[in-house]
Every structure is written in structure tokens, then in C-alpha cells.
Design a binder for this molecule. Structure first.
Ligand code: MTE
Ligand code: MO
Length: 353
């Protein structure tokens, strides 16, 4: 149903799945800058965007892992030291539709192509500041932010991840007050991890001396399939870090006139900067190095381009990125039931006439 997210999601900019999952169309990035503007950033909600009044909103920090459980008002939180980072946020299910279109196996969930990612500047208070004010214990193990949405979406992270300097409680996105759909008044931002760890509309943070679980790390956001082992109480491998991928800034499918084109795209890795991007204009037979365009920020993405004198015909364009740690995109990915972490090289269909 329409109206479940607050922002306007015109069909030329987004694919809509059930009114609550809005995928950025990559062609809309072609003439834009490094960051994805808030209006074009993908939205992934489990239910409708809640409306929260920041005057009555409180953040409660509690659990066996803190010695001084306490509450913060919005103003108290905003008065704490803050930092800004430019980083990618990506859904674990980004690329899910390719399990079906390439492998013929349908995975559960929204059939994202590659637009469930964005890069923004996130401004907020390091989570560790808040944890320290609540007297986080050395013996604390897991930290679990919880959303104020209908299903109280929540998912734990290790204390070590929570204490990293760029794990944030975010209140601004690209210099603007955090939009409702992206978690107003406060969202977690857990860099490099699956998007689901970056809990929106946070109202409570549980800190525990025991490992924490929720259905979002026992049933959802786990890799389930014959290549993965159950990991009780989780039904499979619990996902933490994201991987490496590439996308063309082209419509899906793309149609273009014959002649000279500047093909553009972006590549990203959660493990480091992109070292090189190779592009194939003939379905993987021959490859050429794309030109990389600065900036190339760690944990964000790099823009790249190649010239193409396109003759009439049907093409499968491919892009393959390698990061500075040597991670590269594989040719195939083992199937998992919920369709996470598909990062094989994708064939992008283009018709030139
Ligand atoms: N937080 C809450 N409270 N509820 C949600 O449904 N969705 C998660 C995460 N945080 C979600 C949430 C998922 S699966 C992703 S991919 C990101 O938010 C999406 O963030 P965005 O909508 O700002 O792009
Ligand atoms: Mo997600």
C-alpha cells in the first residue's frame, strides 16, 4: 500500500515493494555527485514509518551490562560530542533477485536488483559515549538497539563493534535532520555491517553480559542453505559484514541509441577501498580497466567510467571490482533461502538501436 513511507517515491526514481521497501533506480544516479541525496536514498522498513515526537522521545540504556542504566532526551543526546562519517549503508538482501534470474532459485524477500545501497554523510554521537555514560561494564558482551516501530526491530552487535569510533547514534543525514523514513529522531549506524544492524527509530538499547538474540539474527539475516550450518539458536550463519559489489548507472534493462556513450557506475566494499574495476562490454569475454574517479573513500564507494562506441545489438555489460585487501567479485554465489549477500558479477542487459 502507498503511504507507508513518508517521503515521496516517484516511480522514475524508485522501485516500490509493498509500499515499505523503496529501491533506488541506478539510472537516477548518473548525473549526481558522490553522495545519494536523502530524497533518492533507498528505504527498507519492516512496517510503516512511525511518527515520533522528539519532545517526548527518550533513549533508555539498560541491561546487565551497564552499572548506571539511564535515559537521554533528544537535546541531551545532541549536546554530546559528535562526529560525521561518509559511509555506505546497504541491505543484506541487495542483489537478491539475481538468485532467481541467474540461478533459477527464488529467495524470500523483496526482489532488489542492486539499488538497496546508498552512501551518505552520517552525523551522530559515537555509541560508546552513550555506553560510557551508562557505565558499560568490562564484562558486557552484546549491545542491542531496539526500534520504536510496530515490530520493535532489534538486532545485537558485539561490544567490540559497539565501541568502534564510527559506530554511531545518528541524528543527521547529509547535513539535514534525519528524515522520518531513515530513523528520526535517532538511528544506529553500524558501518560495514548489513543494513539491518543500523536500527532506525531507536528508543532503547539493551546491554547484556550474556549473548543477545532476536528473530532478526536467528531467523532473518542468517544464511540458510545446504552450504551453511545451523548455529543454534540461529538457523544458519549470522550475517555481520557486507561484501564487495558493483553497479552500472543504467536503467534495468537499458535502451540507448547507437554511438558514443560514457558508461558510468560505482563499486563498493565493506573491507577497504576499491583498488580496480574491470568492465566487460561483451558478456565477460574481454575486460578493460575502468577509470576510477576520486574520492575513493574507505567503506563508501568509488565512481568509475568507460567509453563505449555502441553499435546496434543486444549486450550484457559486466563490472567486477577488487578492493585493496584483494577481495574480488566471484562469478557465482551459493544459494541461501533468504537471498542475502549476492555479490557475483552481474550481467546488465542493454539494447542499442
Ligand atoms: N530499523 C527498524 N527499527 N526497523 C526496520 O524495519 N530495517 C533495517 C534497518 N533498520 C529496519 C531498521 C534494514 S533491513 C535496513 S537495510 C536498513 O534499516 C535500511 O535503512 P534505510 O531505510 O534508512 O535505507
Ligand atoms: Mo535490509
Amino acid at each position: 500500500a502507498a503511504g507507508e513511507v513518508v517521503k515521496s517515491v516517484p516511480p522514475e526514481l524508485f522501485y516500490d515493494y509493498k509500499g515499505i521497501q523503496q529501491e533506488m533506480r541506478w539510472e537516477a544516479m548518473y548525473d549526481r555527485g558522490y553522495l545519494v541525496p536523502n530524497e533518492l536514498f533507498y528505504v527498507r522498513n519492516h512496517t510503516a514509518t512511525p511518527k515520533i515526537d522528539q519532545k517526548t522521545w527518550r533513549l533508555r540504556v539498560e541491561g546487565s551490562g551497564v552499572s548506571r542504566p539511564r535515559e537521554f532526551t533528544y537535546d541531551e543526546l545532541l549536546s554530546l560530542p559528535s562526529v560525521s562519517v561518509i559511509r555506505a549503508l546497504e541491505c543484506a538482501g541487495n542483489g537478491r533477485s539475481f538468485f532467481e534470474s541467474v540461478q533459477g532459485k527464488k529467495a524470500d524477500g523483496a526482489p532488489w536488483k542492486l539499488g538497496a545501497i546508498g552512501v551518505a554523510e552520517w552525523t551522530g554521537v559515537p555509541l560508546r559515549e552513550v555506553l560510557q555514560l551508562a557505565g558499560v561494564k568490562r564484562t558486557a558482551k552484546d549491545v542491542m538497539p531496539e526500534g520504536l516501530d510496530e515490530k520493535k526491530v532489534r538486532r545485537p552487535m558485539s561490544l567490540a563493534k559497539a565501541l568502534e569510533e564510527d559506530t554511531l547514534l545518528v541524528y543527521a543525514m547529509n547535513g539535514q535532520t534525519l528524515p522520518a523514513d531513515h530513523g528520526f529522531p535517532i538511528r544506529a549506524f553500524v558501518p560495514g555491517w548489513l543494513g539491518a544492524a543500523s536500527i532506525k527509530w531507536v528508543g532503547r538499547i539493551e546491554v547484556s553480559e550474556k549473548p543477545l538474540f532476536s528473530t532478526w539474527n536467528t531467523e532473518s539475516y542468517v544464511l540458510i542453505g545446504s552450504d551453511y550450518q545451523p548455529n543454534p539458536p540461529a538457523k544458519g550463519t549470522i550475517i555481520t559484514a557486507q561484501n564487495i559489489k558493483s553497479a552500472f548507472e543504467l536503467a534495468w534493462d537499458a535502451k540507448m541509441p547507437a554511438g558514443e556513450h560514457l558508461l558510468r557506475g560505482r563499486s563498493w566494499s565493506a573491507s577497504g577501498k576499491i583498488a580496480k574495476v574491470e568492465v566487460s562490454l561483451d558478456g565477460g569475454k574481454t575486460w578493460q580497466a575502468a577509470r576510477l574517479r576520486e574520492p575513493n573513500l574507505d567503506g563508501a564507494w568509488v565512481r568509475w567510467d568507460v567509453d563505449w562506441n555502441a553499435r546496434p545489438g543486444k549486450y550484457q555489460l559486466q563490472a567486477k571490482a577488487t578492493d585493496t585487501k584483494g577481495n574480488t567479485q566471484p562469478t557465482s554465489v551459493p544459494f541461501n533461502a533468504k537471498g542475502y549477500l549476492y555479490n557475483a558479477v552481474v550481467s546488465h542487459p542493454v539494447t542499442v538501436s
